[in-house]
Design a protein. Sequence first.
Length: 245
Amino acid sequence: MTGRLLDGRRAVVTGAGQGIGLAIARELHRHGARVALLDLDSERASVAAAEIGDDALGVAADVTSESDIADAAAAVVAEWGGIDIWVNNAGVTRDAAMRKMSVDDFDLVIGVHLRGSWLGVRQAAAVMYGHGGSIINISSMSGKIGNPGQTNYSAAKAGIVGLTKASAKEQARHGIRVNAVQPGLIRTPMTAAMSTEAFAATESTIPMQRAGEPEEVAGVVVFLASELASYVTGAVIEVGGGRGM
């Protein structure tokens, strides 16, 4: 697609310094949105924003910090006058068998994914109140089917689905849509850390017989952010090549 579906919109993407988050930021911008790229690494956020170009803003923020998220939203509102699109994408992994997983690694993953998404939804809804908008949460197929070695990650990503549906019901009457995307095996720095054998084994379970690209997730986010999805809320869209059917 070459049309600009998001002209005049103002967007925030968390975890946007690399991987799926950066692809989402690029695609929102390509469709006409001004984009704030939030990342824990301030330099990475600034470099990514500079790469995108005009109407892109790099912002340092820890998504688990209530004050960081509030400050980031305030900075975007001060710069552009409001927020129309908010994408909760930031994430980490600390994979291990449950008997070997530390409580700290469980808490970290739950905190970044689930607490971070909850704080993002709450802040975005507060800014969008009275104006409407679109909030998109990035879940995972791991939250649907579960993955061994990822009890923390699978639990967090499943929790994001519940968060999405509950907040969609709360916010619908305010004109705020809340939806989720569940990527499957996508080629990112996170999956690049998988062993060749593990990657191939997972890829072999996909009906389309290949891993996805970050841009294929980003395209679905653009749809959900746009007026093409004006009657879509509380939905969970799988982007996994048929894995988990």
